[in-house]
Design a protein around this ligand. Structure first.
Ligand SMILES: C[S@@+](CC[C@H](N)C(=O)[O-])C[C@H]1O[C@@H](n2cnc3c(N)ncnc32)[C@H](O)[C@@H]1O
Length: 252
């Protein structure tokens, strides 16, 4: 990934998502029942990789960010041998993964598809996944749905102000987010700002390509996938106009 890698600080990533685990039981359950190695695209610092490996699954993680993988390695060092041995990771752009087909389960979890800039990118990823998936295998993913309430925000205003405590130093870190919406490119530009008291700010800039459900369904069909399960959350809530998430199980 380039110098402007938004994921260059695994510390801030883990701080932001320390309390988010809505998706963990769903992915762990799929991984436990996979019957073979699980490929996780965009594994990051292992928020999902570790619980899957702890539940007995063999997980191969792919991520483009060297820093996120360094964060994963640090967490793996604290794990028992049996868990550590079940995790392999590789620094790679997931659009370029290649066969042979050897995975019964491939995951593109936690909104990672929003890093695809256009439908051509999505086509590359969906095609790459088909090449490595075993016959009869499953591709599972989740993403945000377009969220008009967020796009109506004032780009100059701070939202979600809160204070974290740095567990290493005890220093409070003030944080907030700002965002703007480009309705033509369908990109939600989000900046997270973290300011440790008495220290230098750290900014994370994310450009998240949002997909309308009909657009994604068309890309799924074009790439030769069948939707086996489609829900508005990880508990199987039907996809309704108030949904903010899209959770999918696909078969080739
Ligand atoms: C939202 S994070 C998800 C991390 C982790 N799966 C989790 O659930 O916390 C997205 C991850 O995808 C990675 N990523 C983004 N684009 C990528 C690409 N083209 N190839 C490989 N990894 C990519 C980022 O580096 C980041 O670690």
């Amino acid at each position: 990934m380039a110098d402007d890698d938004p994921y260059r600080s695994p510390f801030h990533y883990d701080l932001e998502y320390a309390d988010y685990d809505d998706d963990v039981p769903w992915y762990v359950d799929l991984a436990r029942r996979a019957g073979g190695p699980v490929l996780e695209l965009g594994c990051g610092t292992g928020r999902l990789t570790l619980p899957m490996a702890q539940a007995g699954a063999t997980v191969h993680g792919v991520d483009a960010s060297a820093d996120m993988l360094t964060g994963l390695e640090a967490k793996l060092r604290g794990q028992p041998d049996a868990v550590r041995w079940r995790v392999r990771h590789e620094r790679r752009d997931f659009r370029t993964i290649e066969g042979p087909a050897r995975y019964p389960l491939v995951l593109l979890p936690f909104n990672t598809i929003h890093h695809c800039r256009d439908t051509a990118d999505v086509k590359d990823v969906f095609g790459a996944i088909r090449r490595v998936l075993l016959p009869g295998g499953t591709f599972a993913m989740d993403c945000y749905l377009p969220w008009p309430e967020l796009y109506a925000r004032d780009p100059d205003q701070r939202y979600g102000e809160r204070t974290w405590i740095d567990s290493r130093s005890g220093v409070p870190i003030d944080s907030w987010e700002q965002s703007s919406w480009d309705p033509v490119a369908q990109i939600h530009h989000v900046t997270y700002v973290y300011v440790p008291r008495g220290g230098q700010p750290h900014e994370v800039h994310l450009n998240l390509r949002m997909f309308y459900p009909q657009e994604l369904r068309a890309a799924i069909a074009e790439a030769g996938w069948t939707i086996r399960h489609e829900a508005g959350d990880f508990r199987g809530k039907p996809l309704a106009p108030d949904a903010t998430k899209l959770v999918l199980l696909l078969s080739p």
